[in-house]
Design a protein around this ligand. Structure first.
Ligand SMILES: Nc1ncnc2c1ncn2[C@@H]1O[C@H](COP(=O)(O)OP(=O)(O)OP(=O)(O)O)[C@@H](O)[C@H]1O
Ligand SMILES: [Mg+2]
Length: 221
């Protein structure tokens, strides 16, 4: 079964044609690594896969169906860090994570105790017990990245996409990331797509990654 399939995909920002005829498949249970130089279009491709960018041409299929508002929820996405500009409003870690389950809030749109509990458990799994009630804007970049991982896991997605999850984070955060990736892939059979430059970290921490490189000419394996 194909988890994500991208076919003959073109994408431009105005006149700037960033992605040209990209073809790429991630099967269920695969760990896919996407690498390539700064500015070559990795984040742009991820945003096409998560529905944020609409392609000029080509197809994106999620679990063998065209991408739509429903199957997009099978994807958990940890965006590339936006540095300190990110989240200026005073949400706590727990609130940010629980908001991800908005669809389950019910008629009065207030999260249930059960959802808060789930958010807390996820934060604990990522070693963030002492930051559960800390405003996200007060956390360091690495800790914030871990909150974003907890958030991506809240709806138990079968496909996880991480854009540069190791960039600018310390060894401790990398360790949690490696553990969570291993658990998701080995125990839950999750499909994982990672954008990263750190190929040696990948080799040390991921069993059989499929590595794709994006360049001006397209994508190669
Ligand atoms: N929102 C945007 N509007 C216009 N141009 C953009 C936008 N986002 C990215 N670009 C341009 O598209 C190209 C690809 O950018 P993208 O962020 O996808 O690269 P990347 O491979 O993720 O780079 P990095 O390794 O630095 O994260 C770049 O030329 C960039 O300037
Ligand atoms: Mg990027």
């Amino acid at each position: 079964m194909k988890a994500i399939e991208v076919k003959n995909l073109d994408f431009s920002y105005g006149e700037n044609k960033v992605l040209k005829d990209i073809n790429f498949t991630a099967n269920v249970g695969d760990v896919i690594v996407i690498t390539g130089e700064n500015g070559c279009g990795k984040s742009t491709l991820i945003k096409v896969m998560t529905g944020e960018n609409t392609p000029d041409r080509g197809e994106v299929n999620i679990l063998e169906e065209p991408i739509d508002n429903k199957n997009i929820k099978k994807i958990g996405y940890v965006p590339q860090s936006q540095g300190d500009n990110f989240i200026a409003f005073p949400l706590t870690s727990k609130e940010l994570v629980v908001l991800q389950a908005y669809d389950e809030f019910g008629f009065i749109k207030i999260p249930s105790r059960k959802l808060y509990k789930k958010a807390e458990e996820l934060l604990k799994t990522l070693g963030l017990e002492e930051y559960i009630n800390t405003p996200v804007s007060e956390l360091s970049g690495g800790l914030r990245q871990r909150v974003m991982i907890a958030r991506a896991l809240m709806n138990e997605p079968s496909i996880l996409i991480f854009d540069e999850p190791t960039a600018g984070v310390d060894e401790d955060s990398k360790k949690y990331l490696a553990e969570i990736l291993k658990k998701l892939n080995d125990k839950h059979g999750s499909t994982i797509i990672l954008v990263t430059h750190e190929l040696s970290w990948i080799k040390d921490n991921i069993n059989t990654p499929h590595i794709y490189k994006i360049s001006q000419g397209g994508i190669s394996c």
